[in-house]
Design a protein around this ligand. Structure first.
Ligand code: SF4
Length: 177
């Protein structure tokens, strides 16, 4: 029988694939309105992710190490894996990086109103947004939260609370262990 932690890592990867498929469809749908291209790293920055995502990425990178990366600390503004404006862990990049540039729909934490976020370089002449042509960030974040909740409950190596996040820049240190 698979251990419970590994089951949640697989659930995470399945959800990530689903989100990637939707992101790819939206990118295709909006290709005329989006300026995103290889070499643009405007959206890249230092992110923190939930433990299930962190340890899944760590496992993938140990099996398939990035050729290059920086060793920035957890207070840095930049991401370790951005080298010459290219992501060195593209296949394993976290959820948040898979939605860069897309129109993101989410509920504001300040006033309970729906908000739409887009890159200022994109959609300069387009505002016909609706549920079918936007990425529902809250839907995927909620599903991810529930998977992570089961992961942290069963993960014995380090203890985490349901809302704890881990800096992606910690990966540089953990990759050496
Ligand atoms: S993981 Fe890749 S896509 Fe995400 S911020 Fe870092 S360099 Fe950019």
């Amino acid at each position: 029988m698979k251990d419970k932690v590994q089951v949640e890592v697989e659930n995470y990867r399945e959800l990530r694939n689903e989100a990637s498929e939707i992101s790819n469809k939206l990118t295709k749908l909006h290709q005329k309105e989006m300026a995103c291209k290889k070499g643009c790293s405007e959206c890249c920055m230092h992110f923190s992710v939930l433990p299930v995502e962190y340890f899944s990425i760590l496992e993938e990178l140990k099996a398939n190490p990035p050729k290059e990366y920086q060793e920035l600390n957890e207070e840095a503004d930049d991401c370790n894996f951005l080298v010459n404006d290219l992501c060195q862990i593209y296949e394993s990049r976290p959820f948040i990086c898979r939605t860069h540039g897309l129109p993101l729909l989410f509920m504001s934490s300040e006033d309970d109103n729906w908000e739409l976020s887009t890159c200022p370089l994109n959609f300069t002449n387009f505002d016909d947004f609706h549920s079918e042509n936007t990425y529902s960030q809250d839907t995927y974040n909620s599903k991810l939260f529930l998977i992570n909740q089961k992961f942290v409950k069963n993960y014995e190596v380090e203890k985490f609370g349901d809302f704890d996040m881990i800096s992606m820049n910690r990966l540089a240190m953990d990759l050496k262990k």
